[in-house]
Ligand binder design. Structure first.
Ligand code: KG4
Ligand code: ZN
Length: 339
């Protein structure tokens, strides 16, 4: 029997809801509709995500968004077969909203629920694109909280090859942006500004670039950006685009080189990039160029599905169920895993 999966994402500052159709024959699940509310405007005044405000806003948004995705797909609540939600990692209060609503809805409909790992959602999000990848592949997972290189053999079979020993790549973007006085969310704003700057204007460190392993470290880069910003003083405003371009170049350089190393070390010929930083234009350009030279296929989620969304949660649930890795249950005694 084919199944309709409702996915709810509420781990941080986006409320995402989506409907995915999981075919009976084990074919690739498809996205029927999805809706997203970003809290960026609300948190901007505070320079970052305020957890309490995030939770309250998820409460306001999640049911109207659910109604919207059902209407957009021409479905009703009774058509839902499984409710999937993000179990973690993320902000505890924010996660509890998604989990609570998912379990309440499912209990009312007498349907099972399934808690999904947020990063698995990101990892599998390229399967929502028109040209989905095939297993096995190397995954570069780069978000606000994580930077990892993984060997992905199949659904649920993930081997970590390297990860950050301090800040995540998205954090490096966000913290550097803050140092430069750019508004939240730093990553996309810094990257936009970088378009008009000179990436070679400032010499910034590329930590662990030649370490031989596949780990990342970005904390030193942020400190170097801070030192540079202080040194510039009054000149910072005029040189901001150059500093942004140099920072972005340093982060992207490390991500691309380490990804190529992971491909070399494993002999794999396919790579998937996922997570918010996967939306970065320079990262895509440079990785595409390096992979083209080596005849390596690169897959990305569609641009609007790089950052947090409900579609990836419904998709991950569907793929886990299809693979027989996890089955939804009617035990509504939910919990969340912030870490
Ligand atoms: O995956 P995501 O939406 O949330 C987490 O799970 O963390 O990733 C958010 C991160 C933030 O650090 C944000 O600044 C970064 O992704 N990001 C970008 C871009 N778009 C989002 N970083 C660089 N360039 C972008 N275009
Ligand atoms: Zn995320």
């Amino acid at each position: 029997m084919s199944q309709l999966i409702l996915g709810i994402e509420s781990s941080c500052d986006e409320t995402g809801v989506a409907l995915v159709h999981m075919p009976q024959d084990g074919g690739v699940p498809t996205l029927l509709s999805h809706a997203l509310h970003s809290q960026i405007d609300m948190h901007r005044a505070y320079g970052g995500v305020v957890p309490e405000l995030a939770s309250r806003d998820h409460i306001r948004r999640v049911l109207p968004l659910t109604k919207q995705v059902l209407e957009d797909a021409g479905k009703t609540l009774q058509d839902i077969d499984v409710v999937a939600f993000t179990r973690g990692p993320g902000l505890a209060g924010a996660l509890l909203v998604g989990a609570g609503v998912a379990c309440a809805l499912a209990a009312a409909l007498d349907k099972p629920v399934l808690g999904v790992h947020h990063l698995e959602g990101h990892l599998l999000s390229p399967f929502l694109s028109e040209d989905p990848p095939q297993f096995p592949f190397i995954a570069l997972l780069v978000s606000g909280g994580h930077s990892q290189l993984m060997r992905v053999n199949g659904v649920g079979s993930y081997e970590i090859l390297g990860e950050t020993i301090d800040d995540a790549a998205g954090e490096a973007f966000d913290k550097s942006a803050k140092v430069m006085g750019l508004p939240y969310p730093g990553g996309p704003i810094l990257s936009k500004l970088a378009e008009s700057g000179d990436p070679q204007a400032f010499k910034l460190p590329r930590p662990l670039l030649h370490s031989g392993d596949l780990d990342f470290s970005f904390a030193g880069l942020k400190t170097a950006v801070l030192t540079q910003a202080k040194k510039l003083g009054d000149e910072l405003e005029a040189r901001k685009a150059d500093l942004a371009a140099s920072t972005q170049a340093a982060i992207v350089d490390v991500l691309v080189k380490k990804t190529i190393n992971a491909l070399k070390q494993t002999g794999m010929s396919r790579v998937v990039v996922a997570g918010g930083v996967g939306a970065n234009k320079l990262l895509r350009e440079q990785l595409n160029a390096e992979c083209a030279k080596r005849k390596i296929r690169v897959h990305y989620p569609e641009l609007h599905l790089c950052t947090d969304n409900g579609a990836m949660i419904a998709m991950a649930a569907a793929m886990r169920m299809q693979a027989g890795q996890q089955q939804p249950s009617k035990t509504y005694a939910f919990d969340v895993k912030p870490r």
